[in-house]
Design a protein around this ligand. Structure first.
Ligand code: AMP
Length: 499
């Protein structure tokens, strides 16, 4: 490609990512403001964590066997320590080799078993160069670029791991009471994009961390979500709940399930993924979406029938707590999570107005996570994450919320003498929290009106020669064309009253 052509090439947003433009962004802002309002009314405080973390944090907390960790993470090396390019001359090559060995000795290159082998190979290649010439150089370069030069970091695929990391790092367990935290922000997963599924998507989530696992905590967290749905006037949704037991009762149930799934007449009807999961993680067979497996799954033993006394009591109490709050729910024995630290309550909210990607939100208890990530013993946790992209779709589908921004006043100024007054007025009105459009250049009256109309402005403030002469301005209401003269002083009150 010729250079000039390359320079002229148009860039596009990366697959699975998208731009959110005005006026659509107004609804996003409305939603975030509403969600903050609801969560703050439950006394949750915002936590902001970085969007990247050590890869290991996600691998440990989400689990290496999950699709998210094994296939979908955006991971890269954080190479701040040392740079290796492509040495061009023999001197550069010797210098590079010396620098690498220096960095290796000083520990700048991470001392992983992988790197030990890579360094060994690099040195053998280096010594070989004199004997074999070019192939030796190529091997040296290959080994050089094989080194893991930095820490592996990952764009967060979800935020619970980060919140728990921050909770531990800042010793938040020493603060009084349960920590009730919420976050808003982008998450990154390399999934196959489709409607409602993106590679950069937005989640709003909340976590409660503390020593109590009272079912009232779970119920209040869920109620917070149904409050939000109500504010968004999304009426068509289902709240699914389940209990997945604890370290005491779940393993016994898993064995029972595995034994059942191994029965030849059942096993033979499962798809390849589920067949594999019978051995690796039979719980996950329960949330399979394969149509031909549905009938079999319906008949499998349900975890709710195999809970220990404590888990059963917790679950029963949760249901009573939800009923007390008038939160309608549906029990779903198929709502499971495959990781050990998940305990008891799991829930999900789906909406039929969303199509294939119908999950608005998911959550559950993770009583073992804080300890697993090196935190204090006995800290329990529960949280949810909702998909903002999908909430927005649901709000749009429900057609109840109008979040468009309006321009309150368009200032049509004509003539140099009108301009200072226009600038002054814009400042005063903006100070009054009105949205004001001030054209940067003089515009003919008709054109100004047209533009104001297109923008959907409510009022046009007209400042021309006449107005300057009479020290008044003209205000025109676009809804009905009504127009009157008004003094600058009276205008502020007028627009206040017109809100
Ligand atoms: P998860 O963290 O997988 O439990 O997902 C929680 C919620 O985030 C889901 O119920 C979805 O609403 C949303 N979500 C998850 N993955 C995506 C994605 N790739 N694109 C858009 N929304 C997503």
């Amino acid at each position: 490609m010729a250079k000039s052509e390359g320079e002229r090439r148009k860039f596009r947003a990366i697959k699975g990512t998208r731009d959110i433009l005005p006026p659509d962004s107004a609804l996003w802002n409305w939603f975030e403001k509403t969600a903050r309002g609801v969560m703050e009314s439950y006394n949750f405080g915002e936590i902001r964590t970085p969007i990247f973390e050590e890869t290991e944090l996600f691998a440990r907390s989400i689990g290496v066997e999950t699709d998210v960790v094994s296939k979908e993470m955006y991971t890269f090396e954080d190479r701040e320590n040392i740079r290796v390019g492509y040495p061009q001359t023999w001197e550069e090559l010797i210098k590079t080799n010396a620098a690498v060995m220096e960095a290796w000795k000083s520990g700048k290159i991470p001392r992983t078993p992988y790197n030990e082998i890579a360094i060994e190979q690099l040195q053998s290649a280096f010594q070989d160069i004199e004997n074999v010439g070019t192939p030796g150089i190529l091997r040296f370069l290959f080994e050089l670029h094989n080194l893991d030069l930095g820490e592996k970091i990952t764009l967060r695929p979800e935020a619970t791991a980060s919140v728990v990391r921050a909770y531990i790092e800042h010793g938040m367990h020493t603060r009084a009471g349960d920590q009730k935290l919420y976050y808003i922000g982008p998450m990154f997963r390399r999934e196959r994009p489709q409607k409602g599924r993106y590679r950069q998507f937005y989640q709003i989530g909340a976590e409660v961390l503390g020593t109590s696992d009272a079912p009232a905590i779970d119920a209040e967290l869920i109620q917070m979500l149904t409050d939000l749905l109500e504010r968004c006037q999304i009426e068509k949704y289902t709240l699914l709940i389940n209990s997945i037991g604890c370290a005491e009762c779940r393993p016994k149930y898993v064995e029972l399930l595995r034994a059942k799934l191994r029965e030849p007449e059942i096993f033979s009807k499962l798809g390849a993924d589920s067949q594999r999961r019978v051995e690796t993680n039979p719980l996950r067979v329960m949330d399979s979406k394969l149509p031909e497996e549905q009938e079999i799954i319906e008949k499998l033993p349900k975890i709710s029938e195999h809970l220990c006394a404590e888990c059963k009591a917790h679950y029963e109490k949760l249901k009573r707590e939800l009923a007390l709050r008038e939160v309608p729910f549906t029990e779903s024995p198929r709502l499971v999570r495959g990781l050990d630290y998940y305990m008891r309550t799991t829930f999900e909210i789906t909406s039929p107005i969303l199509g294939a990607q119908n999950a608005l939100c998911g959550g559950g208890r993770y009583d073992g996570l804080v300890e697993m990530l090196g935190g204090p013993k006995g800290i329990k946790g529960i949280g949810f994450a909702l998909g903002e992209d999908r909430f927005i779709d649901a709000i749009v589908e429900a057609e109840k919320i109008n979040a468009t921004r309006t321009v309150d006043a368009f200032i049509a100024w004509m003539g140099e003498r009108a301009y200072p007054m226009a600038v002054r007025l814009a400042r005063v009105l903006r100070g009054e929290k009105h949205t004001v459009e001030l054209p940067p250049e003089e515009t003919k009256f008709r054109k100004a009106l047209e533009r104001a109309d297109k923008m959907g402005a409510r009022y046009v403030l007209i400042i021309g020669e006449d107005e300057i002469a009479s020290d008044m301005l003209t205000i025109k209401r676009l809804a009905d064309g009504k127009q009157e003269k008004i003094s600058e002083e009276a205008l502020v009150d007028y627009l206040r009253g017109a809100r």
